[in-house]
Design a protein around this ligand. Structure first.
Ligand SMILES: [Zn+2]
Length: 98
């Protein structure tokens, strides 16, 4: 980040470093998106959305999460569903009808 007390070279280097960091983050996000698209195109669920238990609504026990992205997997906890949606490659489940 720009610091007016730094010399010109240091300030310019800080700006360049910040832009490089942003470019690298964007490239990583782009690659993750392409990886998820490839998984989806191959017929697997990316576990991108889920429905938690609601009192009075049958089908899920307290703490369970139903994947609504296409596989209808019931995960035993929020943590299990979050882990699956963070790394769907580790939890390859075919989308229904695939
Ligand atoms: Zn799923």
């Amino acid at each position: 980040m720009y610091d007016p007390t730094e010399s010109g070279d240091d300030a310019l280097q800080a700006i360049a470093d910040a832009r490089l960091d942003a470019d690298m983050l964007q490239a990583a996000n782009d690659a993750e998106g392409r990886r998820r698209d490839a998984l989806y195109d191959a017929g697997f669920c990316t576990h991108g959305s889920g429905q938690g238990h609601r009192p009075g609504v049958p089908g899920l026990d307290a703490g369970q999460v139903l994947c609504t992205s296409g596989c209808n997997t019931v995960f035993v906890s929020d943590e299990a569903w979050e882990a699956a949606s963070a790394a769907p490659y580790d939890f390859p489940v075919r989308r229904q009808g695939q």
